[in-house]
Design a protein. Structure first.
Length: 95
Protein backbone atom coordinates (compact mmCIF):
# COMPACT_ATOMS: atom_id res chain seq x y z
CA UNK A 1 0.00 0.00 0.00
CA UNK A 2 2.83 2.37 0.86
CA UNK A 3 4.41 1.88 -2.57
CA UNK A 4 1.09 2.67 -4.23
CA UNK A 5 0.83 5.95 -2.31
CA UNK A 6 4.29 6.94 -3.54
CA UNK A 7 3.56 5.82 -7.09
CA UNK A 8 0.38 7.87 -7.63
CA UNK A 9 2.05 11.32 -7.49
CA UNK A 10 4.75 10.13 -9.88
CA UNK A 11 2.15 8.84 -12.28
CA UNK A 12 0.32 12.16 -12.17
CA UNK A 13 3.53 14.08 -12.80
CA UNK A 14 4.54 12.02 -15.81
CA UNK A 15 1.05 11.86 -17.28
CA UNK A 16 0.89 15.65 -17.38
CA UNK A 17 4.44 15.89 -18.68
CA UNK A 18 3.44 13.80 -21.68
CA UNK A 19 0.74 16.36 -22.53
CA UNK A 20 3.28 19.18 -22.63
CA UNK A 21 4.37 20.12 -26.09
CA UNK A 22 7.77 19.02 -27.31
CA UNK A 23 9.58 21.79 -29.17
CA UNK A 24 10.59 20.72 -32.66
CA UNK A 25 11.92 23.94 -34.15
CA UNK A 26 13.41 27.27 -33.16
CA UNK A 27 10.97 30.13 -32.69
CA UNK A 28 12.02 33.61 -33.79
CA UNK A 29 15.24 34.29 -31.87
CA UNK A 30 14.94 31.33 -29.48
CA UNK A 31 17.05 28.32 -30.46
CA UNK A 32 15.44 24.88 -30.37
CA UNK A 33 17.97 23.74 -27.77
CA UNK A 34 16.89 26.53 -25.40
CA UNK A 35 13.21 25.58 -25.76
CA UNK A 36 14.09 21.98 -24.95
CA UNK A 37 16.12 23.07 -21.92
CA UNK A 38 13.17 25.19 -20.76
CA UNK A 39 10.84 22.18 -20.96
CA UNK A 40 13.25 20.01 -18.98
CA UNK A 41 13.64 22.71 -16.33
CA UNK A 42 9.87 23.18 -16.12
CA UNK A 43 9.20 19.46 -15.69
CA UNK A 44 12.06 18.85 -13.24
CA UNK A 45 11.84 21.98 -11.10
CA UNK A 46 8.19 22.96 -11.16
CA UNK A 47 6.83 19.43 -11.34
CA UNK A 48 8.83 18.30 -8.33
CA UNK A 49 6.49 20.22 -5.98
CA UNK A 50 3.13 20.47 -7.70
CA UNK A 51 1.01 19.61 -10.72
CA UNK A 52 2.34 21.05 -13.95
CA UNK A 53 0.02 23.42 -15.77
CA UNK A 54 -0.21 23.30 -19.53
CA UNK A 55 1.47 26.29 -21.17
CA UNK A 56 -1.73 27.72 -22.67
CA UNK A 57 -3.43 27.94 -19.28
CA UNK A 58 -1.91 31.36 -18.54
CA UNK A 59 -1.01 34.49 -20.49
CA UNK A 60 2.58 35.66 -20.89
CA UNK A 61 2.01 38.20 -18.09
CA UNK A 62 0.57 35.56 -15.77
CA UNK A 63 3.45 33.16 -16.46
CA UNK A 64 5.95 35.93 -15.72
CA UNK A 65 4.25 36.64 -12.37
CA UNK A 66 4.05 32.91 -11.53
CA UNK A 67 7.71 32.37 -12.32
CA UNK A 68 8.79 35.45 -10.35
CA UNK A 69 6.84 34.19 -7.34
CA UNK A 70 8.16 30.63 -7.58
CA UNK A 71 11.80 31.39 -8.43
CA UNK A 72 13.05 31.53 -4.82
CA UNK A 73 11.14 28.37 -3.86
CA UNK A 74 12.41 26.47 -6.89
CA UNK A 75 15.95 27.83 -6.44
CA UNK A 76 16.38 28.57 -10.13
CA UNK A 77 18.63 31.22 -11.63
CA UNK A 78 17.40 34.14 -13.72
CA UNK A 79 18.74 32.37 -16.81
CA UNK A 80 16.83 29.19 -15.95
CA UNK A 81 13.68 31.20 -15.27
CA UNK A 82 14.03 32.81 -18.71
CA UNK A 83 14.41 29.41 -20.40
CA UNK A 84 11.24 28.15 -18.67
CA UNK A 85 9.37 31.34 -19.59
CA UNK A 86 10.45 31.09 -23.24
CA UNK A 87 9.30 27.48 -23.36
CA UNK A 88 5.91 28.21 -21.77
CA UNK A 89 4.95 31.30 -23.76
CA UNK A 90 5.99 29.86 -27.10
CA UNK A 91 3.73 26.84 -26.90
CA UNK A 92 1.53 26.38 -29.96
CA UNK A 93 -1.71 28.25 -29.34
CA UNK A 94 -4.84 26.17 -29.01
CA UNK A 95 -7.52 26.82 -31.59
Amino acid sequence: MRKLILFIPLLMLFSCATELYLPTKAIEKIPLEDLKKGRILYVNNCGSCHKLELPNKYTDTQWKANLNEMQPKAAITNAEKQLIFDYLVNAPKKK
